[in-house]
Each structure stands twice: as C-alpha cells, then as structure tokens.
Design a protein around this ligand. Structure first.
Ligand SMILES: CC(C)(COP(=O)(O)OP(=O)(O)OC[C@H]1O[C@@H](n2cnc3c(N)ncnc32)[C@H](O)[C@@H]1OP(=O)(O)O)[C@@H](O)C(=O)NCCC(=O)NCCS
Length: 176
C-alpha cells in the first residue's frame, strides 16, 4: 500500500484517530547504514541550507562508541523518511542532527521519533540532552519547547549560509 502524506491525513480524519497514534504504527527506527546514505543525503539537502557532507554521516556510522545514528523507516513503503543522530558521552547526550522528509512533516512523526530516542537515551543513563537550533527555525524550536527543552544560551555566529547564532537548548531528565 502506498501511504502518501494525504493518505495519512485522510485516514486520520476518517478514523478520527489522534495524530500520534497513526505514525507510531507506520514507521520504525533502526541504526543507519552506509546503504542508507543516498536517501539520507536527499532529506539532508531538502532540510538544511548548509547540509552535512556524506562523509560526515559516514563518520557517524563508523563512530559507534559515541554516535548513535538512526533512520526512520516507513513500514509500508520501506523507505527512509527521516533520521536522527545523537551522541552519548557519559551522563550527557547531544542530538547532533534530526530531520523528517518534507512530505512527512506535521504528521507527528518528529515528535514520536523524539519520544522514542529520548527513552533510549535515558535508558543508557544520560541525565540531560543538549542540542543546537537556529533561532529562526520556528518549527524545531516549537517542537523542542513542547518537548520540555529549555534555552541554555547562545553560540555566536555558529551557523553559515546564512550566518546565524545557535540557540543551545537542554532537557534534564527528572530522577526516576
Ligand atoms: C523539526 C522537524 C524535525 C519536525 O518534524 P515533524 O515530523 O514535522 O514534527 P511533528 O509533526 O511531530 O510536530 C510536532 C510539534 O512540533 C511543532 N511543529 C512542527 N512543525 C511545525 C511548523 N511547521 N510550524 C509550527 N510548529 C511546528 C508543533 O508544536 C508540533 O506539534 P502540534 O502539531 O501539536 O502543533 C521537521 O520540521 C524538520 O525536519 N525540519 C527540517 C530539519 C530541522 O529543522 N531539524 C531540526 C534541526 S535543530
């Protein structure tokens, strides 16, 4: 079955199911492999004005001690619709890259990916997650804010093309 973005929306309307319920059963996460890179690069270029190089993703794949790169795979179409990479350094975790294919945005996928990854990071023993985001990236800031990330500070002139400061955000885990 070819589940396009509009099919997702129609299903949601017809069955009156919440946004979060549909995507949970429609995709899964698995570790990124080199064969995924053409698809990952396509999403990267569609998502960022200063995209990572393929060699950078390759470095993440081969840095298994610290880096945890995951792809988001559409269960029915068996295609990659996003990715998320986090680094784990003792009790500190950092989300270093995160994107959902434009055709699959605003369906709750990004939020669900963040939920699953956060649970995993927590299980590994991290006490906080940090990330950087462009202040102009309203969608991502709203998502992180909704998810309990708070502003920690600014890194001046961190981004290029166009140049922009980075807003550093952090989420602390409450003791369980
Ligand atoms: C940021 C991103 C990952 C969000 O993914 P997504 O699957 O579209 O997000 P969701 O559908 O799960 O949205 C979850 C929440 O994020 C916020 N949000 C997401 N997109 C938004 C938009 N375009 N405008 C406003 N808020 C938005 C909302 O709070 C939303 O909750 P709501 O639908 O209840 O209002 C996606 O927009 C993306 O890939 N952007 C380009 C790459 C990027 O900016 N990555 C982050 C770098 S720090």
């Amino acid at each position: 079955m070819n589940l396009s973005r509009s099919t997702f929306a129609n299903l949601r309307r017809r069955k009156n199911i919440s946004k979060a319920e549909l995507p949970q059963t429609s995709f899964f996460l698995r570790l990124m492999e080199e064969r995924d890179l053409p698809f990952v690069m396509k999403i990267e270029r569609l998502s960022f004005s200063h995209p990572w190089l393929e060699s950078t993703f390759n470095g993440e794949i081969n840095n298994r001690g610290i880096s945890f790169p995951f792809v988001v795979v559409h269960r029915h179409q068996e295609k990659i619709i996003g990715y998320i990479i986090f680094w784990l350094m003792g009790e500190k975790a950092q989300i270093s890259n995160f994107a959902i294919h434009p055709d699959f945005r605003r369906l709750g996928v990004g939020e669900e990916v963040l939920t699953r990854i956060t649970a995993q990071i927590r299980k590994y023993g991290a006490k906080s997650i940090i990330l950087e985001v462009r202040p102009s990236n309203f969608a991502a800031r709203r998502l992180y804010g909704k998810y309990g990330f708070k502003s920690l500070g600014i890194r001046k002139a961190y981004y290029r093309d166009p140049e922009e400061d980075a807003l550093v955000m952090i989420k602390y885990f409450s003791p369980s």
